[in-house]
Design a protein around this ligand. Structure first.
Ligand SMILES: Cc1cc2nc3c(=O)[nH]c(=O)nc-3n(C[C@H](O)[C@H](O)[C@H](O)COP(=O)(O)OP(=O)(O)OC[C@H]3O[C@@H](n4cnc5c(N)ncnc54)[C@H](O)[C@@H]3O)c2cc1C
Ligand code: FES
Length: 265
């Protein structure tokens, strides 16, 4: 579909938020779904790049949050307001239907924070009195994204951690999560997105504390439509070490953490 760029701005060095207006009648995306974006008006690069739904607004426009890491994202950063962007989606399964009356724990590492903003809004809509605990982590202050936006949401508590101690607690975001869970009782669910080692540690902590956990796997993607098998994730298929590969773009990108064979990646 052809979308129109409504706004595009740098949040911190290398991190951008772009807001797109899709054509009327486009299905409303769910938190955890993603879009394949054609980042340049030419055929170079040929392959679209995947980006999670970051936020969605009442008028149907939606935001992507991205970090410049290579050619495609560098080209995307030059797109201007009123430009047209060719976008495929929404794609993928998104986060599981949100339960009510529980504590929702969101854990984001760096750009992995992107899908958690829309998710926190979806949770507040579905479970207005529910407790939402957001844990954000990054190397330094510049990698902590959208803290102020999360704090604007009623009933959301924010904890931040940086590896260099420049903002929030010094250390890994997973240490803050573990400390919280040690003092927490009552039903909870964890949603996480970020670097694989971080999600793997979140999955371990969730298992120790017996909390259901959903991970959004940001694998490399070719087609985003199930055809190229470039995005497969090893998913447990029995009680032992057996697994099968599932496509993150179709069967994911969100999986239950205990289904993922972290060691086989
Ligand atoms: C489902 C999904 C959702 C995503 N959501 C977001 C998002 O919301 N915001 C965002 O900034 N990024 C997101 N990504 C990652 C994003 O797609 C890549 O950063 C982007 O495709 C890089 O394109 P490029 O041309 O700039 O970099 P390239 O030139 O293709 O690569 C530059 C460097 O980045 C590495 N890289 C590329 N893709 C990935 C990846 N998926 N994981 C880890 N390293 C990668 C390459 O190995 C290389 O070292 C998502 C990926 C997936 C699969
Ligand atoms: S990206 Fe091609 S099958 Fe998933």
């Amino acid at each position: 579909m052809l979308t129109t760029v409504l706004s595009h701005r740098q949040l911190s060095p290398g991190y951008y938020r772009i807001v797109l207006q899709p054509p009327a009648g486009t299905p409303r995306p769910r938190a955890g779904q993603f879009f394949m974006v054609h980042v340049s008006p030419s055929n170079d690069p040929l392959l679209r790049r995947p980006f999670s739904l970051h936020d969605i607004y009442d008028d149907g426009s939606f935001a992507l949050l991205y970090r410049v890491v290579g050619k495609g994202t560098a080209l995307l950063s030059h797109v201007q307001v009123d430009d047209t962007l060719d976008v495929l989606g929404p794609l993928g399964n998104g986060f599981e239907t949100i339960q009510t009356g529980i504590t929702h724990i969101l854990v984001g590492g760096g750009i992995g924070t992107a899908p958690l903003m829309g998710l926190s809004r979806e949770i507040k809509r579905t479970d207005p009195t529910g407790r939402v605990e957001v844990f954000l982590g990054g190397r330094g202050e510049g990698d902590l994204l959208c803290g102020g936006d999360f704090e604007l949401l009623e009933g959301v508590t924010l904890s931040q951690a940086t590896e260099d101690g420049s903002c929030g607690l010094r250390g890994y975001v997973t240490e803050s999560l573990e400390a919280f869970l040690k003092g927490h009782t009552g039903p909870s669910v964890i949603y996480t997105c970020g670097p694989t080692p971080m999600m793997r540690e979140v999955a371990r902590i969730a298992a120790v504390h017996n909390v259901p956990c959903y991970v959004s796997m940001e694998e490399h993607m070719g087609c985003g439509m199930g055809a190229c098998l470039g995005c497969v994730v090893p998913i447990r298929s029995g009680n032992g070490d057996e697994f099968e590969y599932k496509r993150a773009c179709v069967e994911g990108p969100v999986f239950r953490s205990e289904e993922v064979m972290w060691g086989a990646q």
